[in-house]
Each structure stands twice: as C-alpha cells, then as structure tokens.
Design a protein around this ligand. Structure first.
Ligand SMILES: Nc1ncnc2c1ncn2[C@@H]1O[C@H](COP(=O)(O)OP(=O)(O)OP(=O)(O)O)[C@@H](O)[C@H]1O
Ligand SMILES: O=P(O)(O)OC[C@H]1O[C@H](OP(=O)(O)OP(=O)(O)O)[C@H](O)[C@@H]1O
Length: 244
C-alpha cells in the first residue's frame, strides 16, 4: 500500500503506550477512539478524517511497539510514537522533535536481593535482557564484558532460574522486581515516549507535520500547567532523559 500523498500516516504502538497516547491525540483532533473499539478490535489500519491543520486526513497503523521506528524509517509512516528505550537500542536516521512524556519508566540493572554481584573489571557475568546493545554499552563503560542472554519477556526470571546473574529491564512501579525478590542496582536510561518523524516527510509534508508538532506541544504544555495546578505532576521530572 502506497503511503498517503495528501494526509499523514501515523504508526502507533499497540499496548500500554497506545492507551496513554489516545487522550493526547484526541486533544489535537486525531480521535482514534471514535473508530477503534478497544483491545478486542483486531483491525490494524484506520482512516480518520482531517484533524486541525492536517488537510487530507490521517491514516493510523497499529504496530508492535518495537516495530514503530521501522515503519517510520522506511517512510511507510510519516510520524510515529516510540519509547526512548526502543530508539536507543538501534541507531536510526529519524527526526525526534518531541518528548511526549508518556510511557515513563526506566531501564535498570537488577539482581536477586539475596545474591548481589558487585561489578569488578574483567569479571565474568551473564546478563539477561531485551536490550543487548544498551546493556553492552553500559557494562563496557565499567570495564565489564558480560555474556548477553537475549530474552523477549519475563526477563525477571533470568536470575531467579540461574539463567543469568543480573538483568537489564524496564522498571516502572518496581512491583515486578519486588514480587520476584529482585532489587534495583542502577538506572541506565530514563525512558519516555517520543514523537519520531521520517526526515523526507518533514521536507515533503512540512506544513501538516509542523502543525501536528505545534498542536502536540501546546496540548502537553496545557496538560503540564493543569497538572501543576492540581499538584499531581508525575514523580519523575519530565525531560530527565538520556543516560543516567
Ligand atoms: N512497565 C512499563 N511502564 C511504562 N512504560 C513501559 C513499561 N514497560 C514498557 N514501557 C514502554 O512501553 C514500550 C512498549 O512496551 P512493551 O514492548 O512491553 O509492549 P506492550 O505495551 O506490553 O505491548 P505488546 O505486549 O503488545 O508489545 C516500551 O518500549 C517502553 O517504552
Ligand atoms: O515496575 P513495574 O511497574 O512492575 O513494570 C515493569 C515490568 O513491565 C514490563 O513488562 P511487561 O508488562 O511489558 O511484560 P513482559 O515481561 O512480557 O515484557 C517490564 O519488562 C517489567 O517486567
């Protein structure tokens, strides 16, 4: 299917990020909730009417979170939403104009509370993770060259079963670590979801993309001041991005 020449195509991550992105998108006139009927709805492509400043309508693709950058990098989607963890794991040629502040969590090292493994230069260590590249870079910066054991989920089982000594995984509330008797050792990266843009789309569809970025920025600013007025801002400061 050819990308839309007139409107915009958005690649959105299915799952928890989508739930947080929906209200924000609705506030800028992209109302997926009017078409999408929730998690039982198996459709993956939606054609929405034109939003404010976006002549030609909006096509929404619902994809696996880790695949969003691929759709945008190949120009199939003009714009996408992806976590800083996903973006940091694989270097891509993408424009990243906005921190959406949603999907806040951190990428951290954890280990069994009862079996700590202090890091020593040159030691041998097995680390289970969904993030081999970010993990290797972090340990190497400390003079440790771990054996990476790639997993795709339930990473916390690694040290419990003896598959690994430590894990590198996302932590939000810390509940999964707690319930599995693991303790957080160190934060590698603070994570939020970002708006990403295909570089060519930015040139060819400058007006609608600039309008979308401005509308999202306004919506985030209004939300930020409303939340500050209610004194319910998130525990982690926004903009706490990059390597910890
Ligand atoms: N516990 C969490 N709290 C907040 N954000 C998270 C959490 N876990 C993951 N994220 C963010 O959400 C993104 C997607 O997470 P994940 O790959 O686990 O998919 P999911 O939302 O469970 O959906 P699916 O299972 O369909 O892939 C991550 O890349 C990260 O940016
Ligand atoms: O600190 P918490 O609030 O407990 O959240 C952290 C958990 O959330 C994510 O898992 P997810 O639910 O995506 O399941 P997964 O293990 O299949 O990736 C992450 O991989 C942790 O396991």
């Amino acid at each position: 299917m050819a990308p839309r020449a007139d409107g915009l195509t958005l690649a959105l991550p299915k799952g928890r990020i989508l739930k947080q992105a929906l209200p924000l998108l609705r506030r800028v006139g992209i109302d997926l909730t009017a078409a999408w009927e929730g998690e039982h709805d198996r459709r993956l492509l939606f054609e929405l009417p034109a939003a404010r400043g976006l002549a030609g309508g909006v096509r929404v693709l619902l994809v696996k979170p880790v695949d969003v950058p691929t759709y945008v990098e190949h120009g199939v989607a003009d714009v996408g939403v992806a976590g800083a963890d996903t973006l940091g794991e694989e270097a891509r040629d993408l424009y990243e104009p906005l921190d959406l502040g949603i999907g806040a969590c951190r990428l951290a090292i954890a280990e069994p509370a009862a079996r700590p493994t202090p890091l020593r230069r040159g030691m041998s260590l097995r680390v289970a993770t969904k993030y081999p590249r970010l993990t290797l870079n972090h340990y190497r910066s400390k003079g440790v060259q771990p054996e990476i054991i790639p997993l795709f989920g339930s990473v916390e089982l690694g040290p419990i079963t003896g598959l690994s000594d430590q894990i590198v995984d996302l932590v939000e509330s810390g509940e999964t670590l707690r319930q599995n008797n693991l303790r957080e050792v160190e934060t590698i990266l603070y994570v939020t979801s970002r708006l990403i843009v295909h570089p060519a789309s930015l040139k060819l569809k400058q007006a609608p993309i600039t309008a979308l970025i401005a509308a999202l920025r306004d919506a985030l600013a209004t939300e930020g001041s409303a939340s500050a007025a209610r004194n319910d801002s998130p525990a982690r400061p926004t903009g706490s991005e990059g390597t910890a």
